[in-house]
Design a protein around this ligand. Structure first.
Ligand code: URP
Ligand code: ZN
Ligand code: ZN
Length: 466
């Protein structure tokens, strides 16, 4: 049976427009938009009307970088697909793109099937996958073609983590060449992991074991060098490149220089690099471990370059790199040796709110908020206009956002399955009120009405910027 929902009286904000418009949703998709109070909108009939007066009506967020249930650092990320996608919905994100992992010696197929099984039937909102390549060889290069064919169209490679996910330059070049041929987008973790491991060993030998040393050994220059090298390898391969979790001003400069040459090079940063800094890594009593991630948090001076990069489009996307580990029992694995602290921060629930605060703080415009958090990640990863906008034919992934509500971020009230918040005590103006995923209410006026299993796998086309 056909169901029609009318979202009435809100300010519809997309990456391109701000309109006082009513939105008609039919059978899980946006059917039409019309000016509020117009004859066209007045003629619509609906089974249900949602009053959006005083609220923004925005596309559901697209978080293109999450790690639910990732086995990493001797433990596993604490959010399952069930808890992580529920938290995403609470935070106004209605699509995640998670990283399936190929283990060394195993096929891409096996890794991807493991991720399908983890997510299937458990998600509150829609999901897609990238594939982490840990073992580039003739067989896995061929498998890349099959994955692109089934809608897994992007592949993460690591210049960091030797012995775990690391690929050497030859493997990276081969994967880029394959991506250039099959349309797959290479996503790069750009840090010189070989050099970093030398510095880790030397720091530990000097007795420098605290979390802050994680930031000190993972040097800005080693992010910048790897970013530069990745760009040159992509040029040689004739491939586009997307650099993940950019944190250093010098890395942004490498991306900007490449883009000034007209190269198809893209960059993502994350809220932790925009809002946190090495000051957090220095928190006493091992509390700094809560902020250990890679690339690491940088001195706060880098934040201005990241905001500038987002404004000038040298950086295009803000994703979370959501990879939560509880402080108790997980981050604590690294007491006495910072290199054993599992790398990663929680954030899938906080991204839309933090970026809305950035609008209020004057860092970005309201439409740029939607562009970097919804529309561009959707386009970058072949999901647009199904996801990332509110337009006739789009999935009705819609958030009613109250721009005046006040909230204080806290582990006491968040929905992520992790025992601390990286943003504990931070005051934010703006809050998600209601969330629809394909027309179904998942959050209804701050009450969870969703269900595990509503979220479906979304096959993606290739990057839409090429
Ligand atoms: O510290 C991080 N970023 N953990 C997740 C894995 C990765 O490199 O993205
Ligand atoms: Zn990474
Ligand atoms: Zn990541």
């Amino acid at each position: 049976m056909s169901t029609r929902t009318l979202i009435s009286g809100g300010l519809v904000v997309t990456a391109s427009d701000e309109l006082h418009a009513d939105v008609l949703v039919e059978d899980g998709r946006v059917a039409a938009l019309a000016a509020h109070g117009s004859a066209a909108a007045g003629a619509w009939t609906a089974d249900r009307t949602i009053d959006a007066t005083g609220k923004y009506v925005i596309p559901g967020g697209v978080d293109a970088h999450t790690h639910m249930e990732l086995p990493f650092g001797g433990t596993s990320a604490s959010d399952t697909f069930e808890t992580g996608t529920r938290a995403a919905a609470w935070g106004g994100t209605t699509t995640i793109v998670d990283f399936a992992v190929q283990s060394v010696g195993r096929s891409l197929r096996e890794g991807l099937d493991t991720w399908y099984a983890k997510a299937d039937g458990n998600c509150a909102v829609d999901y897609a996958f990238h594939m982490i390549l840990s073992d580039v060889n003739e067989r896995t290069l061929k498998e890349m073609d099959h994955l692109v064919g089934e809608g897994v169209t992007s592949f993460k490679l690591f210049m960091a983590y030797p012995g775990v996910f690391y690929s050497d330059d030859g493997q990276i070049l081969r994967a880029m060449q394959r991506g250039a041929a099959n349309g797959g987008l290479i996503m790069m973790h750009a840090e010189n992991g070989i050099a970093i491991d030398v510095l880790v060993e030397q720091a530990l030998a000097r007795g420098e074991t605290d979390p802050r040393h994680h930031g000190e050994v993972r040097k800005v220059l080693l992010e910048a060098e790897a970013t530069h090298r990745a760009i040159q390898l992509a040029r040689v391969a004739g491939a586009p490149l997307y650099v993940v979790h950019v944190s250093a001003e010098e890395a942004v400069a490498e991306l900007a220089a490449a883009r000034d040459k007209g190269l198809p090079v893209f960059g993502e940063t994350c809220p932790q690099y925009l809002f946190l800094s090495t000051d957090n890594l220095e928190e006493p009593d091992f509390q700094g471990a809560k902020y250990v991630c890679s690339t690491p948090l940088r001195p706060r001076e880098h934040q201005a370059a990241l905001w500038r990069g987002l404004r000038t489009n040298d950086l295009q996307v803000v994703s979370t790199d959501h990879c939560p580990f509880c402080f108790r029992g997980q981050k604590e694995l690294g007491r006495g040796d910072f290199s054993k602290i599992p790398n990663g921060l929680p954030g899938v629930e906080n991204r839309m709110d933090l970026l809305h605060q950035a609008v209020l703080d004057g860092h970005i415009s309201r439409r740029r908020w939607i562009e970097i958090a919804c529309a561009t990640p959707a386009r970058m990863f072949g999901l647009y206009p199904q996801k990332g906008t509110i337009a006739p034919g789009s999935d009705a992934d819609i958030v009613l956002y109250d721009p005046h509500a006040e909230q204080v971020i806290s582990a006491e009230t968040h929905h992520m399955n992790v025992d601390y918040s990286a943003y504990e005590g931070r005051r934010i103006t703006g809050r998600v009120d209601t969330v629809l995923s394909r027309g179904e209410l998942v959050i209804d006026q701050r009450e969870y009405t969703g269900r595990a299993g509503h979220g479906a796998f979304v096959p993606r086309s290739t990057c839409q910027y090429l």
